[in-house]
Design a binder for this molecule. Structure first.
Ligand code: ADP
Length: 517
């Protein structure tokens, strides 16, 4: 529920109060801490209201007693207990969750508050807070940034989920078109500018990062996802132009050449004005573009080759190829898992902003089904025909798979696809499993990363009244996809068996490359 609430905050935007998650005391609160941490680390707004034990039983060993306000401080921008019933309607939590860098806020309501009575006239109702203030960057910094771009030979625009959250898609699209800059979206920055835009260099990610001489960072942090902005993944002397709403983020890990503190949309408008004044355009026939295009072509050919392999069991690329062919363009993609999420990100394009939800900055597994429920609820209110497709690795699915009941209870027409390789990262083929069982007790002779081979996850969906499909071949996969996409009323789950040995194509760098500090 807490993951779902945080996704609602991200998807619906900040000028309305974010979603609220209600939890019970003690363990209920503790189970929601993951959601609060995930929201704050993703910079998504959220409000959590938790019940707690009566104030006059504190330290006595009350039912589910736990120091919730103190525990909440590590994971929230604000963690408070109102001093009295009268002050509860104060708007500080809403304001704190959406102003500046968004994040989670926790409000603790002791049990005895529930039965307290107050005089209605003493309650201090206040209007909802003002919409968040929009700040722009210093004009000097804007002009400096554009001069740096003008002198660059190998510039690169990186678009992060901060840009998606702040709804800066129109201005950023204009900036890309006007400036001719190559751009690279981060996982959830995908779709701010459509992945099929000719300036998208996602298929040449490593080359683009490694050789760029100037990076314009729009709502993304130089954290592990972007290899800290350090060699060997980046040039030692790369000039970083950083645009962010959070002053403390500026200069983190790399000393920036220019800092533009302000709202992404407003600052992008400022950049647009300066770029058009100077008629700045990176030539589409530059050596840089040539290098990037060559890499894009060779990488795309390699993926295509893998996607068209006919051998059985299928590999990841074949599965994603068929998914891409058969799902609607305008759908929300939720994804988690290791290879499933990473390969899916490269194989499945996003054409619209805020239509990709995944494990995010915290790399949290278990968010998938909650995010899918949230996305379906938001779609139902905003655009009912929009489908939600939730693509899960089999081990990731295990974290929150029972939410299929929630999906069926509310009849949300989500399509869940489990890409099943029998394990965590990779499991064992059923025949190998059987052979190894001869070694004795499975608790001691089986690798801990192996899950039960050929588990019929689709039967959980059928148990709750949805449609389940177990598929092993491309034809079965195509048929199941066609049927699920066509049926706009019924939740469905396609359990796709793939080769447990299927891997990502060879990478230039391991995903967690150690950086040269
Ligand atoms: P990604 O995971 O896509 O790289 P991050 O979550 O690391 O993105 O970074 C998002 C950044 O966007 C954060 O540093 C956050 O402070 C910033 N941000 C969020 N909203 C805004 C906004 N309206 N204007 C400017 N920056 C914002």
């Amino acid at each position: 529920a807490c993951y779902a609430a945080s996704a609602v905050g991200y998807l619906t935007g900040r000028d309305i109060p974010p979603a609220v998650c209600l939890v019970v005391s003690g363990p209920g609160f503790l189970h929601a801490l993951g959601g609060m941490a995930n929201a704050t680390i993703n910079c998504w707004p959220l409000i959590v209201i938790g019940g707690s034990s009566d104030r006059n039983q504190e330290t006595m060993g009350a039912f589910q007693e736990f120091p919730q306000v103190e525990a909440g401080r590590l994971y929230n921008k604000l963690s408070v207990r109102p001093s009295s019933l009268e002050v509860i309607p104060k708007k500080k939590a809403v304001r704190t969750s959406i102003y500046g860098r968004p994040g989670s806020c926790y409000i603790d309501i002791p049990g005895d508050f529930v039965n307290l009575q107050v005089n209605k006239s003493s309650v201090k109702y206040t209007e909802c807070c003002l919409t968040r203030p929009i700040s722009t960057a210093e004009p000097y910094a804007v002009s400096k940034a554009v001069s740096i771009i003008a002198h660059s030979k190998q510039p690169l625009l990186i678009i992060g989920k901060g840009a998606a959250y702040s709804r800066a898609e129109n201005s950023i699209r204009k900036l890309v078109d006007l400036s001719g800059l190559p751009f690279l979206p981060t996982p959830m920055g995908k779709g701010v500018v459509p992945d099929n835009h000719p300036n998208c260099v996602a298929a040449a990610r490593s080359t683009a990062l490694q050789h760029a001489d100037v990076i314009i960072l729009l709502g993304a942090r130089l954290n592990w996802i972007l290899h800290f902005g350090l060699p060997p993944r980046f040039q030692q002397d790369v000039k970083v132009i950083q645009i962010d709403i959070c002053a403390e983020e500026l200069g983190n890990n790399v000393r920036p050449a220019a800092v533009l503190l302000g709202d992404i949309n407003a600052v992008t408008e400022q950049l647009l004005e300066e770029v058009s004044k100077r008629l700045l355009k990176h030539p589409s026939n530059s050596e840089w573009w040539k290098k990037l295009r060559e890499k894009i072509t060779s990488n795309e050919e390699r993926s295509k080759e893998l996607a068209l392999q006919k051998s059985l069991p299928m590999n990841y690329y074949t599965v994603f190829h068929h998914i891409r062919e058969l799902i609607p363009e305008d759908c929300i993609l939720v994804s988690e898992g290791a290879n499933t999420m990473d390969i899916g990100r490269t194989m499945l394009p996003n054409y619209y902003p805020r239509q990709r939800l995944d494990a995010g900055t915290f790399g949290t597994m278990g968010v998938g089904l909650g995010f899918a429920v949230a996305a379906a609820m938001v779609a139902k209110n905003q655009k009912p025909e929009k489908r939600v497709i939730c693509i899960e690795g089999d081990s990731a699915f295990g974290f929150s798979g029972m939410e299929l009941e929630t999906i069926c209870r509310y009849n949300l027409p989500i399509l869940v696809i489990v890409v099943n390789n029998n394990g965590i990262y990779a499991g064992l083929d059923a025949s190998v499993w059987k052979e190894m069982l001869k070694g004795g007790d499975p608790t001691t002779c089986m690798p801990p990363v192996s899950l039960l081979p050929n588990s019929h996850y689709e039967e959980i969906m059928s148990a709750f009244g949805g449609k389940g499909y177990f598929v092993k071949t491309p034809e079965e996969l195509q048929n199941a996809l066609k049927a699920s996409v066509a049926d706009k009323q019924t939740p469905s789950l396609i359990n796709v068996m793939i080769d447990p040995r299927s891997e990502r194509k060879k990478q230039e760098f391991p995903w967690l490359t150690r950086s040269n500090m």
